[in-house]
Design a protein. Structure first.
Length: 331
C-alpha cells in the first residue's frame, strides 16, 4: 500500500498544544513577581527564565498553528483559555518593568494591547451557560493590562497610562460580574484546576488597585482624595474577597481531592501566586505591615504547589514520549 503522508512530529505537537498551557507562563511569571516583592531577587530572576522560555515556546506554537492549522487556531481562539496569551504577556511585562527594562515592558504591553480586543470579542461571542473557571480569564486579561499599565505609569511618570489603567480596572470588574453569572459553581467540586481562576481574577483586580494607588505621586497627582478613597476601599474589598475565595476553594480541594495531573492545574498555581502578590502589593500601597507577612506565607505555599505541578508535568511529558516511541516502533 502507498504510504500516507504524515504530519511532521514537531508541527503535530504544536497543533495539539492547548491554549490552557499558557497558564504555566502565568503561574511561573507571577511567582517571579511575588519573589521580587518579598526581596528574593535571585530566586525571582531564576523563576523568570522558565517563564520567558515557556512564553517564547507558546508564541512559536501560536505562529505554527496559525500557519498550518488555521481551522484549529480559529476554533481555539474562541475559547476563554486563549486569553492566557494576553494575561501571560502582561505578567512578564510587569516583571520586566520591575527589573527596570522599560523598553521591553512597553513592547510587551503594546503586544498585549493589540491582542486583547480581538481575542476578547471572539471569546465573548462564544460564551454560554455553565462555563468552567477559564471564563474568568476575560477579567484576568483586562486587569493584567491595568496592572502593567499602572506599573509602567509609575516607572515612566506617565499620567495617561495610569488613567488608561484606571479605565481597564473598572472594565475588568464589570467583566468579573458578567463572568460570575456564566460560571458553573459545580466546578468547585468537579473542576480539573481552572476553577481557581475565579479567585485569581479577584487577586489580580486587587493587585491592579494597589498598583494604581502606588503610581500616584506629587509629580503626577493622579487622584484626588475622593479618588484615592474609592480606590482604597475597592482594593481592600477585592483582597478580602480574594482571600475568602482562596479559603473556600482550598476547602473544596481538601473535601473533594483531585490528585491526578491535568494541564489545568497550572491555573491553580497562578491564582495562589496572585493572592500572594496582591497581599504584598496592598501591604505596600496602604501601609499594612502584617499583610506582607501573609503574602510571604501564601507565596511559599504557591511555590510548593508550583513544584508539585512541575514534577507531575515532567512525568506526564515523559510518559507521553514513551507512548510515542512505542506507537512508532516497528512491529
Amino acid at each position: 500500500m502507498p504510504s500516507t503522508p504524515r504530519t511532521p512530529p514537531l508541527r503535530t505537537r504544536w497543533a495539539l498544544r492547548e491554549p490552557a498551557t499558557g497558564a504555566a507562563v502565568l503561574a511561573t511569571g507571577i511567582l517571579s513577581v511575588g519573589l521580587e516583592q518579598t526581596g528574593y531577587e535571585v530566586l525571582s530572576r531564576i523563576a523568570l527564565v522558565p517563564a520567558c522560555a515557556a512564553w517564547l515556546a507558546l508564541a512559536a506554537g501560536f505562529a505554527v498553528q496559525l500557519l498550518w492549522e488555521r481551522e484549529a487556531w480559529v476554533r481555539r481562539a474562541g475559547t476563554p483559555a486563549a486569553l492566557t496569551a494576553v494575561a501571560a504577556t502582561t505578567v512578564l511585562g510587569t516583571r520586566f518593568s520591575l527589573l527596570g527594562w522599560q523598553t521591553l515592558a512597553e513592547a510587551l504591553l503594546a503586544l498585549a494591547a493589540v491582542l486583547w480586543p480581538g481575542l476578547l470579542v471572539v471569546v465573548l461571542r462564544h460564551w454560554g451557560p455553565r462555563m468552567p473557571g477559564a471564563v474568568f480569564l476575560a477579567c484576568v486579561a483586562t486587569q493584567g493590562l491595568a496592572v502593567q499599565a499602572a506599573t509602567l505609569a509609575a516607572a515612566l511618570s506617565t499620567a495617561w497610562l495610569a488613567h488608561t489603567a484606571l479605565v481597564l480596572f473598572w472594565l475588568g470588574l464589570v467583566l468579573y460580574v458578567l463572568t460570575l453569572a456564566r460560571f458553573d459553581p459545580r466546578q468547585t467540586v468537579e473542576g480539573a484546576g481552572d476553577h481557581w481562576v475565579a479567585g485569581g481574577a479577584l487577586g489580580i483586580s486587587a493587585l491592579a488597585g494597589a498598583q494604581l494607588l502606588a503610581a500616584d505621586s506629587a509629580r503626577l497627582y493622579l487622584w484626588n482624595d475622593d479618588d484615592r478613597g474609592v480606590l482604597r476601599v475597592m482594593t481592600v474589598g477585592l483582597l478580602v474577597l480574594d482571600l475568602c475565595c482562596y479559603a473556600c476553594l482550598l476547602t473544596a480541594e481538601l473535601r473533594w481531592p483531585r490528585l491526578r495531573y491535568d494541564v489545568l492545574r497550572w491555573s491553580t498555581v497562578f491564582p495562589m501566586g496572585m493572592s500572594a502578590a496582591a497581599a504584598t502589593a496592598v501591604s505596600s500601597a496602604l501601609g499594612v505591615p502584617w499583610l506582607k507577612g501573609l503574602g510571604e506565607v501564601l507565596l511559599w505555599v504557591a511555590v510548593a504547589v508550583w513544584a508539585a505541578v512541575a514534577v507531575a508535568a515532567v512525568r506526564a511529558v515523559s510518559a507521553a514520549a514513551r507512548a510515542d516511541v512505542r506507537s512508532t516502533a516497528p512491529r
